[in-house]
Every structure is written in structure tokens, then in C-alpha cells.
Design a protein around this ligand. Structure first.
Ligand SMILES: NC(=O)c1ccc[n+]([C@@H]2O[C@H](COP(=O)([O-])OP(=O)(O)OC[C@H]3O[C@@H](n4cnc5c(N)ncnc54)[C@H](OP(=O)(O)O)[C@@H]3O)[C@@H](O)[C@H]2O)c1
Length: 285
């Protein structure tokens, strides 16, 4: 039986590479994206390689769009075996400058979007008594590493708690729910980052720290991984009979989570500050 997968946010980065890798491994894959014009690249590869991949419209913020996509997949295949909840972005800025609407928008995509898509596939997976839901969290869903990412960290922490509880709810139907926790990944993530509209570097009391954080990003990106690394981890997880609950991706994520287990909260906070303020990065002696 050919497995059927739906991946959200497939126009770039992790979603793009995951869709390709699943399809190249003969999983019938729906690479979904909110703007179909961004699917041209994938479609060219499909023509060249003849892999089982279709591009489909899906905006995780939009109930109708999610239902349309899931209904189409179920009509065409009668099943959905894998959902990769990947769509997401980060909202950057001092909390003082973030409006409640901006914070809600962050949660709308990273948290409620993931819930919306998950709710849409559960009835099918429950009926077929199988399925794997892969939630792309982050190292930042385990540790509030960076300042000015309050809304982002909060949205990913929310994904973690949501996943832990849902696992217990769906285990009776043989549905797995797992977490992928990438460290820094070289994708379009930073370019797609949104800034608080009220933040003005000219007169903000946070400007100096923000400048230092930006400079610190470079040392963090020095140990970054690639979207393909995340895709490989996802493929491995969905091909495992009893997958783990969590899959950190990247040496930086593994290192930081290891450090987290050994240090007190205060020591961890100091360690995190040094990683960006003193440009030490996440991996060190
Ligand atoms: N890059 C990192 O360092 C890193 C680390 C840990 C976790 N992550 C997580 O990995 C996931 C993928 O990020 P990435 O690194 O691959 O970044 P990316 O290259 O910016 O890709 C993000 C994808 O999400 C899509 N998206 C955003 N809002 C959407 C919406 N409302 N509906 C549907 N799609 C939407 C984007 O589509 P458009 O092209 O339409 O904008 C894009 O395809 C995110 O959840 C992110 O939080 C990233």
C-alpha cells in the first residue's frame, strides 16, 4: 500500500525538502502551500523525476483552505498516513512593541494553524486506525533561548504541550504524534521573519541589545544545519514502527538540550546569554 502524506509550508526550506524526500521515497506526497505560484520549482522536479508529488493550496490560517485540501486528498486516496505540520514563521521585536494582534498572528500560524490541520486529518486517521502527525517545533520550543522572540518561543512551547497531551489521546487509535526540534537551519526563515511594526531602531531603548543579538546570530548560524537534515530525520521517524516522542535536529540542538539537562535554570540562562551576547554560539567546550 502506498502511503499518503500532507506537508504544510512546502514553498521553501524544511517543507520543500521534506515533500521532495518523502515523494522520492515513493510516498504519495501533497506539497501544500498558500501561494501556488511558488510551486513551479517542485513541479519541474516532478516532471523530470516522475515522483509521486502533487502541489496543493493550503493556508494554515484559513479553515476553508485546510478543509478543501484535506477533503481533496481523502477523495483522491481514501486515506492520509502522514501529516507534517511545518508551516511557520517568527515574529521579532521587544514585547513592548509587539501588538496583541501581531502576537495573535504568530499563534494563528504556528499554533492554531497546526491544530486546524491536525483536527482536519484526525477523523480519517482514526477510521483507518493508523497515522503519524509530525509537528515541527524547535529547540526554541524546549528552551526560551533568545530575547525578542517571546511570541515565537511561546508558540513553539505551546506546540510541545499540545503534542504531549494529544499523543495520549490518539494512542488508542494507533496514531503517533511526534515532535521535531531543529536547531538553527539555513532556510528562508530569517528572510521571512516579521518585525514588530512599532519597533523603531532610531529611538528604541532596546536597539543596542537587538544589535548585539543580530551579531550573535552569526555565531549561532555557524553551527547550523540544512533543511535536508530535518527532512531526513522526518523520513526516518515516519518509517519507524514505534517512533520517539522527540527528535532534535542538528549538533547545536543536541548540544543545547544536553546542556539543559545538566544546568540549573539560572546557569542555563547565563549559558544562553553568552551564546548570543558574547558570540559563543550554542556549541562550545
Ligand atoms: N530555520 C530555522 O532555524 C528553524 C529552526 C527551528 C524550527 N523551525 C521551524 O521550521 C518550520 C519551517 O521553517 P523553515 O526554516 O523552513 O522556514 P521558511 O523557509 O521560511 O519556510 C516557512 C514555510 O512556512 C510557510 N508558511 C508561513 N505561513 C503560512 C501559512 N499561513 N500557511 C501556509 N504556509 C505558511 C511559508 O510559506 P510562504 O512562502 O507562503 O511564506 C514557507 O513555505 C517553521 O515551523 C519554523 O518555526 C525553523
Amino acid at each position: 500500500m502506498t502511503k499518503v502524506a500532507l506537508v504544510t509550508g512546502s514553498s521553501s526550506g524544511i517543507g520543500y525538502e521534506t515533500s521532495l524526500l518523502l515523494a522520492r521515497n515513493q510516498i504519495a506526497t501533497y506539497a501544500s502551500m498558500r501561494n501556488l505560484k511558488k510551486g513551479q520549482d517542485l513541479l519541474k522536479i516532478v516532471t523530470n523525476e516522475k515522483i509521486p508529488l502533487k502541489v496543493i493550496q493550503l493556508d494554515v490560517d484559513d479553515d476553508k483552505s485546510v478543509m478543501n485540501a484535506v477533503n481533496t486528498i481523502v477523495e483522491e486516496n481514501g486515506r492520509i498516513d502522514i501529516l507534517v505540520n511545518n508551516a511557520g514563521f517568527d515574529m521579532f521585536g521587544p514585547l513592548e512593541d509587539l501588538t496583541i494582534d501581531e502576537i495573535k498572528a504568530q499563534f494563528e500560524t504556528n499554533f492554531f494553524g497546526l491544530i486546524r490541520t491536525t483536527k482536519a486529518v484526525i477523523p480519517t486517521m482514526r477510521k483507518q486506525q493508523s497515522g503519524t502527525i509530525v509537528n515541527i517545533s524547535s529547540l526554541g520550543g524546549r528552551i526560551g533561548l533568545m530575547p525578542f522572540l517571546t511570541a515565537y518561543h511561546a508558540s513553539k512551547f505551546a506546540v510541545e504541550g499540545f503534542t504531549e497531551s494529544l499523543r495520549q489521546e490518539l494512542v488508542q487509535f494507533n496514531i503517533d504524534v511526534i515532535l521535531i526540534e531543529p536547531g538553527a537551519i539555513r532556510s528562508n526563515f530569517i528572510d521571512n521573519s516579521k518585525n514588530a511594526k512599532n519597533y523603531n531602531p532610531e529611538n528604541s531603548p532596546y536597539s543596542n541589545t537587538i544589535q548585539k543579538v543580530f551579531e550573535g546570530f552569526e555565531s549561532i548560524m555557524g553551527n547550523s544545519s540544512h533543511p535536508e537534515d530535518v527532512a531526513e530525520t522526518i523520513l526516518k521517524a515516519v518509517n519507524t514502527t514505534t517512533p520517539d516522542m522527540r527528535y532534535p535536529v542538528g549538533k547545536d540542538a543536541e548540544f543545547a538540550l544536553n546542556v539543559r539537562e545538566k544546568l540549573s535554570d539560572k546557569e542555563m540562562e547565563k549559558w544562553a546569554r553568552e551564546s548570543y551576547m558574547d558570540k559563543k554560539g550554542f556549541i562550545r567546550e
